[in-house]
Design a protein around this ligand. Structure first.
Ligand SMILES: Cc1cc2nc3c(=O)[nH]c(=O)nc-3n(C[C@H](O)[C@H](O)[C@H](O)COP(=O)(O)OP(=O)(O)OC[C@H]3O[C@@H](n4cnc5c(N)ncnc54)[C@H](O)[C@@H]3O)c2cc1C
Length: 338
């Protein structure tokens, strides 16, 4: 695709990840961002919706900002597997020639994105935290680099489309407007089934009795200052009092105190709760990357110079082992008064 005619490439496309027919939040977040980018370019937003026995998902895409939904409803796309999805999106991209393609950086998106960019021979910037249009109308893709110590802005100058993945929770979800009007185009894909190497025989779901930390309204998060598993029992007791979920810094995940799915930060999850309690967390840049957009941040740290206080709305200088039980008691008392 060298010396390509970039002027042929137009419009902002979003891959709509759905699982068992449910559109994943990251896709809706990306539709909101795509809307902003398309407005800046004076172009349109297209949603790429793949699946089988699809129902109202296309209307949902329009409500969240899509102008056109390219819908492929086919038994091959019932459950995600790499090859059928890659073939379908590849055919859509080569036919419709978008200028930008956005994909959620989920396990599915991380599998699909690189395969597409290799097939199309274009670049892919993974895990972007910022997307903007430059004065030259190019996509500026910002992401942490060098272990999160600086932010790099990457431009895909020679190739099209410009592709990027974005982690769930990084972009803010737009407003759902069920009165928005848009087009739904049913697209037929010519699958090369000889290339299908994987067949889903059975899906076994892990039983989960906890809410995903990206969906929690309140998070009580612990770091090395909390110390160990007993320290986290104290955080769990506090979380139970206020219907919160418990999360952690990488230090505590690496120490085996909590599972990786509970880690907040650059190599964990990006969270945006209404209230984020940072207990004994120093506030390293890689941790802040995952939580600084929280609505209200309350930090407890024995070091008054800890960087977490730079992003906290409320800071308490003190020992978590003393403050957390006191706080839990007070919160329980307030709850009983109600
Ligand atoms: C490429 C890369 C990716 C990374 N990704 C992540 C990530 O996704 N998430 C993440 O969290 N980190 C990540 N890190 C690690 C990050 O740099 C920090 O090392 C880590 O966040 C530190 O965790 P912490 O704040 O729990 O521990 P520390 O930095 O050791 O801080 C502990 C804090 O607790 C305070 N404290 C100690 N005792 C008490 C007490 N009794 N009461 C109150 N306060 C107390 C101390 O004053 C200190 O501020 C990454 C690093 C790299 C290089």
């Amino acid at each position: 695709m060298n010396n390509m005619d970039k002027s042929q490439y137009k419009n902002v496309f979003v891959f709509i990840e759905q699982r068992e027919g449910v559109i994943q939040n990251v896709a809706l977040e990306l539709l909101g961002k795509a809307r902003e980018l398309a407005n800046a370019l004076n172009e349109k937003v297209y949603a790429i919706l793949l699946g089988h026995n699809l129902t109202t998902q296309a209307q949902e895409c329009i409500a969240y900002g899509a102008d056109t939904v390219l819908r492929v409803d086919s038994p091959e796309l019932q459950t995600y597997t790499t090859e059928p999805y890659a073939q379908a999106v590849y055919q859509i991209i080569t036919t419709y020639k978008p200028s930008i393609v956005l994909i959620g950086a989920t396990t599915i998106g991380r599998d699909l994105g690189p395969r597409l960019s290799a097939r199309i021979e274009t670049g892919l910037t993974a895990d972007c935290t910022g997307l903007e249009i430059s004065e030259e109308k190019e996509l500026l893709m910002t992401r942490p680099a060098f272990g999160g110590n600086l932010m790099a802005t990457i431009v895909c100058k020679e190739h099209r489309p410009q592709m990027s993945t974005v982690r769930p929770g990084v972009m803010r979800m737009g407003h759902r407007d069920t009165n928005r009007q848009g087009n739904i185009e049913d697209v037929t894909i010519n699958f090369d089934k000889s290339k299908f190497k994987v067949r889903v025989v059975k899906t076994v779901k892990e039983k989960k009795d906890m809410i995903d930390i990206t969906e929690a309204n309140i998070l009580v998060s612990g770091g090395r200052g909390v110390g160990n598993a007993e320290g986290f029992d104290m955080l769990r007791a506090m979380a139970k009092t206020i219907n919160a979920e418990v999360s952690a810094s990488r230090a505590m995940v690496d120490a085996g105190v909590l599972a990786h799915e509970r880690q907040v930060g650059q190599t964990g999850k990006t969270v945006r709760p209404d209230v984020y309690f940072a207990m004994g967390i120093s506030g390293a840049i890689q941790h802040l990357a995952g939580m600084e957009e929280s609505e209200y941040i309350i930090a407890v740290n024995k070091d008054k110079y800890a960087p977490i206080f730079n992003v906290a709305d409320l800071g308490i200088v003190g020992d978590v082992r003393k403050i957390v039980p006191l706080l839990t008691e007070k919160l329980a008392a307030i709850k009983h008064q109600k």
